[in-house]
Design a protein around this ligand. Structure first.
Ligand SMILES: [Fe+2]
Length: 285
């Protein structure tokens, strides 16, 4: 069996078949004439010869096909098992990553409940915009997760500044503007299956390059970042902030309509407007 396994079996069978076939052709007529000269019996012998030929051919064909079929089944089974193992390990990784995100979100919440509520509402709106845009399920998942922790970098900002009940000074605002980069630096080495760190880094960038921290423009920004930017500004304007009352959803939508294609991605703005104006979407409490 080892010899068969280690040799090119189809080649071996073909050579053997050709060799035996040659001997058969050379010897069989002489052999049949040696047995009898009776024409009727010769016809019978020729028929038997045909049957033997067909049987041997069928048997060799069976050996070849059987070996190929078994190899194929073995290959399919091995691949199936490898795929199952991969899926299981991916599922475990995803559970681990989701737990990581949950812990991060809870850490933010414990320190700054206001930001936590904001992140939850932005996450729900960003997910709904992405769904309205018919994005793939996996991409929507990435957007939802990034949005859920997008202001994580604010943990490096003193709570007194985050909850200051009056307008921020220039210095305070420059500290606030560091939060996308702080969040990026915290997350950049975690191997998420989505570009979470980059989306967080880009969520205050604007389509015309007027955003921060890098002044990126248009296609330089990930689609996920453009969706998060719209969801973020709509929620922020519609809701209460420590330094001002809620401006309301009408003013928030007016902001994205007025700056559609300038600060915000037109397709994202249109999807967001459809949600609020046609589908009765409301921000979560
Ligand atoms: Fe932010």
């Amino acid at each position: 069996m080892k010899f068969i396994r280690t040799t090119n079996f189809p080649f071996l069978v073909s050579v053997l078949y050709a060799f035996l076939g040659g001997i058969w052709i050379l010897c069989s007529d002489k052999f049949t004439y040696y047995l009898t000269n009776d024409p009727t019996q010769l016809i019978f012998l020729q028929t038997y010869k045909g049957w033997i030929y067909v049987s041997v051919t069928a048997f060799l064909l069976y050996l070849l096909l059987n070996k190929g079929w078994k190899s194929l089944q073995f290959e399919i089974q091995s691949r199936r098992e490898a795929e199952e193992e991969l899926e299981q390990s991916l599922a475990h990784t995803q559970v681990g990553l989701r737990s990581t995100v949950k812990v991060i979100a809870e850490t933010v919440e414990a320190r700054d409940p206001y930001t936590a509520g904001h992140q939850r509402r932005v996450s729900e709106l960003a997910r709904s915009i992405a769904t309205e845009m018919n994005l793939p399920h996996n991409q929507i998942d990435g957007i939802r997760i990034a949005a859920n922790i997008h202001d994580l970098g604010k943990i490096s900002i003193p709570v007194e500044i985050l909850s200051k009940p009056s307008q921020l000074s220039d210095v305070e605002f420059s500290l606030i503007k560091e939060h996308p980069l702080s969040g990026y630096n915290i997350l950049k080495d975690i191997a998420f299956p989505w570009p979470i760190a980059r989306v967080i880094l880009e969520h205050h960038e604007r389509m015309d390059g007027s955003g921060y921290p890098n002044g990126l423009k248009g296609d330089e920004l990930l689609l996920e970042s453009r969706i998060l930017a719209v969801a973020d500004v709509v929620e922020a304007m519609a809701s209460y902030r420590p330094y001002r009352a809620a401006l309301g959803i009408d003013l928030a939508l007016e902001e994205i309509v007025n700056n559609r294609g300038v600060l915000y991605d037109s397709i994202v703005v249109d999807a967001c407007l459809r949600l609020f104006n046609e589908k009765g979407y409301e921000l979560q409490e």
